[in-house]
Design a protein around this ligand. Structure first.
Ligand code: G16
Length: 547
């Protein structure tokens, strides 16, 4: 396609999706995310970029997901998905940012420039899958993405309302048909089919109970579980809340992020003591569990760290049982991981663990360095990756091993099929957790007892420019503004088991503060004091934090 025909790129922009704001927007932790009203031109341009990316990848399918995940209803966002179903390659984030911010008048020239820079053959076919979450602004934004794809003569396929992980899965399957069928139904068949297979081998026993209560965050994940629920044949009895009806607002006082950050149960769920509750986020890519004590006074949270350790320990057990000793399993966390979990992984599970920057894209890549890589952010975003070597070895044992080895290897193969390896997936993770609890005959309290979390607290501080904060050492140390890290060090030193760090969010206009200490009171105090330091030294705006 000669550059002259790119006039249509400008025409669509000017007539349908003009850039109406000068606010600079950056490809952040998980794509672009801001007020929905500021995004239409950005999403249109991501349609253009997805076509270019597809051509650079020889016509393989690229995904565009319209979602702001855990953010509240007025926000929206766009995440790009690469051919293997993983997040967009990081070197393209700068290109995405450039394309999103140029004026309409410069868009055509910049598009030509990008095509040259990445050496895209515009004569090739291009395929883009588009999905969206349940926000009322999503259909309009999805239409803008389709226009972007049309402007560069790519082929768009719309999936309508799907979870983010379902779209990642479909992109992967479209490019690699050994992974599965690239449809929502294909996803259910694979994940739920594997769950049922494994349940046929693992009878319910001990204190495990098949009733699971779920908080759907008033988003797409709950809706999809409602479809799945009907096909579970009593293997798991899902009781679903916060499905988006009755005036419930997306992620408002409910959902995985709310439960994790506020350490409070969501509204809209009827509670009983020790009931096992799973909480999903708005686009179904995060999962946490919790239960309330005997008087329903205190909440006990089982977050991404607890899920990671549960899955890693079970996979390790199965690997031992099938004597696949040459397969190395490792775990990846971020600075948010509770210190007690890291200690448990190292000292009790004796599994190697690494710490990387926040963002699934960083964890995913680090996990690929192991034969089996388990990665989870404490916020409940994560999955398990199995290398080709791991899959081949396990398949071989399932066929040729001794009877006990074969049994363990077959369970592992079902476990692999139940895993969405493309990205963290609340639905897939939920079935994995339920499988391990069932296999062990454990209730939620027994799961909790594996180790005791250090009390922690997360806060947000609003500052003039959150990018005034720079970090190093996987975000565990702050290198700017000057004096902030030494202030944090002084504050932390006053607390037993104290630890704290600060970092600019890549999905909200805030600085995040994390603190942990020996008691909840101390963790709360330390978090408040560090927030105060951020406010004072990094240009806080609005109300001062209460230290
Ligand atoms: C996204 C990312 C996660 C990250 C979270 C918060 O999640 O995929 O990896 O932990 O944002 O990021 P930040 O602290 O930079 O705001 P989601 O579920 O919102 O897409």
């Amino acid at each position: 396609m000669p550059p002259s025909s790119l006039r249509v790129v400008y025409a669509f922009a000017r007539e349908m999706h003009p850039k109406t704001t000068d606010v600079f927007i950056e490809y952040g932790t998980a794509g672009f995310r801001t007020k929905a009203s500021l995004l239409e031109h950005v999403v249109y341009r991501m349609g253009l970029l997805a076509v270019i990316r597809s051509r650079v990848k020889n016509g393989r399918t690229i995904g565009i997901m319209i979602t702001a995940s855990h953010n509240l209803e007025p926000d929206n966002g766009v995440k790009l998905i690469d051919p293997e179903g993983e997040m967009l390659e990081q070197s393209w984030e700068e290109i995405a940012t450039r394309l999103a911010n140029v004026s309409d008048n410069d868009l055509e020239a910049t598009t030509v420039e990008v095509i040259k820079q990445v050496n895209a053959d515009m004569g090739l076919k291009a395929s883009v899958f588009i999905g969206m979450d349940t926000r009322y602004t999503s259909p309009r934004l999805a239409a803008a993405a389709v226009h972007g794809v049309m402007a560069l003569k790519g082929t768009a396929k719309e999936f309508g309302i799907v979870t983010t992980p379902i779209l990642h899965y479909c992109v992967r399957c479209r490019n690699d048909n050994t992974y599965g069928t690239p449809t929502e139904e294909g996803y259910y068949e694979k994940i739920v089919g594997a769950f049922k297979n494994i349940r046929a081998k693992l009878p319910v026993h001990g204190s495990y109970n098949t009733t699971l209560y779920v908080d759907g965050a008033n988003g797409v994940g709950g809706k999809k579980l409602n479809i799945i629920r009907k096909s579970l044949d009593g293997e798991l009895d899902l009781v679903l809340y916060n499905l988006g009806g009755n005036g419930g607002k997306l992620n408002l006082n409910c959902g995985a992020d709310f439960v994790k950050v506020s350490q409070t149960p969501p509204v809209g769920v009827e509670h009983a003591p020790f009931q096992r509750v799973a909480s999903l986020d708005g686009d179904g890519d995060r999962l946490v569990y919790y239960y309330l004590d005997d008087k329903c006074n205190k909440m006990h949270l089982l977050d991404g760290d607890k899920i990671a350790t549960l899955l890693a320990s079970y996979v390790t057990e199965l690997l031992k049982a099938c004597e696949a000793t040459d397969l190395k399993l490792g775990l990846v966390q971020t600075a948010y991981a509770n210190g007690a979990s890291t200690k448990y992984i190292t000292e009790d599970l004796k599994v190697p663990v690494s710490c990387v920057k926040t963002g699934v894209k960083h964890l995913h890549h680090a996990a690929q360095s192991y034969d089996i890589g388990v990665y989870f952010e404490a916020n409940g975003h994560g999955t398990v990756l199995y290398s080709d070597k791991a899959k081949t070895t396990i398949r071989r044992i399932a066929q040729e091993g001794e009877p006990e080895q074969r049994k363990a290897a077959q369970l592992l193969l079902n476990f692999i099929d139940m895993t969405n390896e493309t990205v963290g997936d609340a639905i897939s993770d939920l079935f994995l957790v339920e499988t391990v609890l069932c296999a062990r005959g454990q209730n939620v309290k027994e799961w909790m007892e594996a180790y005791t979390d250090l009390p922690c607290r997360q806060l947000k501080v609003t500052v003039q420019d959150r990018n005034a904060i720079s970090t190093a050492d996987a975000e565990r140390r702050c290198t700017a503004p000057e004096g902030l890290q030494s202030r944090i060090d002084e504050l932390v030193a006053a607390y037993k088991s104290g630890r704290s760090f600060v970092r600019p969010s890549g999905t909200e206009d805030v600085v995040r503060v994390y603190a942990e200490a020996d008691t909840q009171e101390n963790a709360d105090k330390l978090a408040a004091q560090v927030s105060q330091a951020v406010f004072d030294l990094a240009g806080g705006v609005g109300d001062r934090p209460l230290a």
